[in-house]
Design a protein. Structure first.
Lengths: 220, 267
C-alpha cells in the first residue's frame, strides 16, 4: 500500500513539475470562453473536453512520460500491476483535481454560476469517461507508446482522437441524464467500468508489458 | 557456487547484425568480476539481458540459479543495477530519488531515509541533496545511480562502467565499497574500459570480443591462460594482454599523415 501511494505521489509530482501542465492555462481559458457562449448545454461540456484533451498523455502514454521512466521501473522489483495501478490512480486524482480547478474558474467567470446539479452531473459524466479512458489509455500505452516527452503533432492528433472517443463514450451518461433525466442511473455503468478496469485492464496491460518488454525497451 | 550462468547466448537488434553470437561465462559468488570488451562488443547488451529488460534470442541466462525472464521481476529484489545511461527521474532531488528507490526495493521510509543520508554523505553529495538531479554534473549523477544500486544491500551488483566520469576520490571510495561488499559475499559484476583498474580491483575477468567470450579466468591465472590462446607470448599487463587478444583481427595501418615530417603552418 505504501509503495502504491509512493508511485501515485511520484506520478502526480511528475505531472505538476512538467511544463506540459502549463497547457491547462490556455485550455481552461478556452473552456471558459466557450462556456460563456450561450449554446444552451451544460457549461461543463467545454470543461470536460479541455480536461481530457489536456490529460491525453497522462492516460494514453503512461510508460514514457519522462525520460527513462520506463527503464527506471523495469529494473526494480515492483510488479507492473502495481506500477500501472499507481499511475492510473494518479490520473484519476489529477482528473478530478483539475476538474475542481476548472470548475472554480467557471464559477468566478460565468455571469450565472453553474448550478449544483450541473456541477455534480459533470463529476458523474467524468466518472463515466475516466474508467473507459483508463482502459483505452493503458492499451494504447503498451501497444503504441510514444517514446518521447516533448509536444509534437502526434500529441495534438492523439488529443483529437481522444475527444472523438470521448464523444462516443459519453453516450451512456447522456442517455441517463438527458433522455431518462436521472444522472444517478449512470452509477451502475461507472461501477461496471471501474470493475472492468481494475479486474481486467490492469492485469492485461501488465501482462502485455511483460510479454513485449523486449520491443518496449528497444530505445534503451 | 555460480551466481550468474550465461550459456550460448545470442542477440541481434537488426537482422543480420549480431551483437552477441555465442556468449558463455559464469560468475562465482563473492567475486568482483570484470567484463571487458571494446566499444560495441556487447557488454551493455549482456547487462540488459541480465537485468531482464531485454531477452536473448537463444541460450540460457540464470541468476541465482533461476532463468531470467524478461519482465519477470522476482530476481530483481536481490540485484542492484547501474546501466550505461543513468536511470532516474531527473526532476527529483538526489535525496528523494534514493528514498524512492529504497521504497521500490521494499525498505521502510525510516530505513530508506537513513540509508539515503549515509550514502549521500559517503559520496560527497551533502549540500546538493536537495537540488534536482538534472542540475548535477555527470559524475554526481553517476554517484547517485551507484548509491541507488546498493541502497537495498543487494547480493549481486551489476554495474556498467561504474568508474567512468567520476573523480579519483569517488572512484577510490566506490572500489573500496565494492571490495568490502564482495568480502561479505556480495557478487560484483562490472564492465570497464580502465584496464589497469580492473587488473587491481577484479578477482576474475572475462574478455568479450565480437559477440563471443574469448577468455574467462581468475585474474591471477590470466596471463598463463592467455598464452594458451595467443601462443607463448609475454604480456606486460592486462591492458597489453587485452590489446593483443582482441587486436589479432584488428591490425591497423599506421596513420600516414603522422608518419612524415610536420608541415609548417601557413602564416
Amino acid at each position: 500500500m505504501a509503495l502504491l501511494l509512493r508511485i501515485v505521489t511520484i506520478d502526480l509530482r511528475l505531472l505538476a513539475t512538467t511544463w506540459r501542465t502549463a497547457a491547462y492555462f490556455p485550455l481552461t481559458a478556452g473552456a471558459v470562453l466557450v462556456a460563456l457562449w450561450p449554446y444552451g448545454g451544460s457549461p461543463y461540456i467545454p470543461v470536460v473536453a479541455a480536461l481530457f484533451a489536456g490529460l491525453e498523455s497522462q492516460y494514453a502514454n503512461i510508460l514514457f512520460r519522462s525520460p527513462r521512466e520506463f527503464e527506471a521501473y523495469a529494473i526494480v522489483p515492483v510488479p507492473w500491476e502495481t506500477i500501472i495501478l499507481g499511475k492510473n490512480i494518479a490520473t484519476l486524482i489529477a482528473t478530478y483535481g483539475l476538474y475542481g480547478l476548472m470548475s472554480l474558474a467557471l464559477w468566478y467567470t460565468l455571469p450565472e454560476r453553474p448550478s449544483g446539479p450541473e456541477t455534480y452531473g459533470g463529476s458523474l459524466w467524468i466518472a463515466t469517461l475516466a474508467f473507459p479512458f483508463l482502459h483505452i489509455g493503458n492499451q494504447i500505452s503498451v501497444r503504441k507508446p510514444r517514446r518521447r516527452v516533448e509536444w509534437s503533432f502526434d500529441d495534438v492528433a492523439s488529443a483529437f482522437v481522444f475527444l472523438a472517443m470521448g464523444a462516443l463514450l459519453s453516450i451512456p451518461y447522456f442517455l441517463c441524464a438527458t433522455l431518462i433525466g436521472e444522472p444517478l442511473l449512470a452509477l451502475p455503468y461507472i461501477g461496471g467500468a471501474a470493475a472492468f478496469w481494475f479486474k481486467f485492464s490492469i492485469p492485461r496491460s501488465a501482462l502485455r508489458v511483460r510479454s513485449t518488454i523486449n520491443d518496449l525497451s528497444l530505445t534503451l | 557456487m555460480n551466481i550468474i550462468e550465461v550459456e550460448h547466448v545470442a542477440k541481434q537488434y537488426v537482422p543480420g547484425v549480431p551483437i552477441l553470437q555465442d556468449v558463455t561465462f559464469s560468475v562465482p559468488q563473492g567475486t568482483v568480476f570484470g567484463f571487458l570488451g571494446l566499444n560495441g562488443a556487447g557488454k551493455t547488451t549482456t547487462i540488459r539481458i541480465l537485468s531482464g529488460v531485454i531477452a536473448a534470442e537463444s541460450g540460457s541466462v540464470r541468476v541465482f540459479g533461476r532463468e531470467v525472464e524478461p519482465g519477470n521481476k522476482h530476481h530483481l529484489a536481490t540485484v542492484g543495477f547501474v546501466m550505461d545511461e543513468p536511470l532516474y527521474f531527473e526532476w527529483m532531488t538526489g535525496d528523494e530519488y534514493l528514498v524512492f528507490v529504497g521504497a521500490m526495493y521494499g525498505l521502510g521510509k525510516h530505513e530508506a531515509t537513513t540509508r539515503s543520508s549515509e550514502l549521500l554523505a559517503f559520496f560527497d553529495l551533502n549540500g546538493r541533496e536537495g537540488d534536482p538531479i538534472a542540475t548535477y554534473s555527470t559524475g554526481m549523477k553517476k554517484k547517485v545511480s551507484l548509491a541507488a544500486a546498493i541502497i537495498h544491500r543487494p547480493e549481486l551488483v551489476i554495474l556498467d562502467e561504474p568508474l567512468e566520469g567520476i573523480d579519483a576520490v569517488a572512484a577510490s571510495a566506490v572500489k573500496e565499497t565494492l571490495t568490502m561488499m564482495a568480502a561479505q559475499g556480495t557478487t560484483v559484476f562490472i564492465t570497464s574500459h580502465v584496464l589497469d583498474t580492473v587488473e587491481r580491483f577484479c578477482s576474475e575477468v572475462a574478455i568479450l570480443h565480437q559477440g563471443r567470450v574469448l577468455l574467462q579466468s581468475p585474474i591471477k591465472d590470466i596471463h598463463s591462460r592467455a598464452r594458451k590462446i595467443a601462443g607463448e607470448r609475454e604480456f606486460r599487463s592486462l591492458e597489453h594482454l587485452f590489446v593483443e587478444l582482441v587486436s589479432d583481427e584488428l591490425r591497423r595501418k599506421p596513420l600516414f599523415f603522422l608518419s612524415g615530417p610536420k608541415r609548417k603552418q601557413e602564416p
